[in-house]
Design a protein around this ligand. Sequence first.
Ligand code: 1HE
Length: 265
Amino acid sequence: MAAAGMTIDLPASLKAERDGAVAILTLARAEKRNALDDATILGIEKFFSSLPEGIGAVLLAGEGEHFSAGLDLSELKQRDVTEGIDHSRLWHRAFERIQFGKVPVVAVLHGAVVGGGLELAAACHVRVAERSAYYALPEGSRGIYVGGGGSVRLPRLIGLARMTDMMLTGRGYSAEEGQAMGLSTYLVEPSQGFAKGLELAAHIATNAPLTNFAVMQVLPRIAEIDPASGYAVEALMASIAQADDEAKVRLQAFLEKRGPKVTRP
Ligand code: 1HE
């Protein structure tokens, strides 16, 4: 579908539109609870690989009552081992395009955020949850395993013990619990998620591109390396960012009382 302001051809399960500098990607398969089939995953990969010029952030949301029911179980059928690996690698590729793509991604979560849907949410940079959201990893009860990068991202997000518990016991978490454990960083009333997510994405799009690059591409790498190397990389990144014209313009604006002040939260 070629959407308003966006010329990316996507499967019917995805809708793309543009609101100024924010590209909005919507999971549009509510009749199947936004279950993620291969076409949708390929569409996600394509969308994040072909963002047009002028886009500074992406908002990801889901139509209907649920963000996503995860992997489309009807496609699981009887893959052999090699096909299974290829399938998981496809998800990895697509979700890497989100996490380490061109611009930050804000996800709006509501209803079921389960299995591969939770893995998709975990690949985004900012998560806004509506109070209806709930989280689970039902892979255990289906006799399968996470395959969309969940083993890598979720322990870093909520801790290894919580993910182990979710997978072994089928335990779910409410929106409030998810907020307390850092799964979401914004918790809003039902139907308020999209507006909040759009507001955040629009703000992110006004940041200096080099700052957004550093936060997306450098910060998570520093978090994975030893502290001594981390300090060295941080010093280099800080020096590169401050030498950029964009930083000079913004610092000058503040010093001339034109830049925004930090407001009390
Ligand atoms: C689906 C899927 C799906 C719904 N694949 N078709 N994910 C799960 O184990 C979650 C499975 N889904 C559910 O537990 C429930 O559907 C929900 C709690 C999300 C929503 O319940 P509800 O009552 O609103 O909907 P429903 O009646 O269960 O489903 C509506 C339709 O969506 C129905 O199809 P229909 O043709 O009978 O109308 C369902 O079959 C269909 N549907 N979820 C396929 N997941 C990279 S590895 C990742 C591994 C995983 O993600 S495992 C977790 C899979």
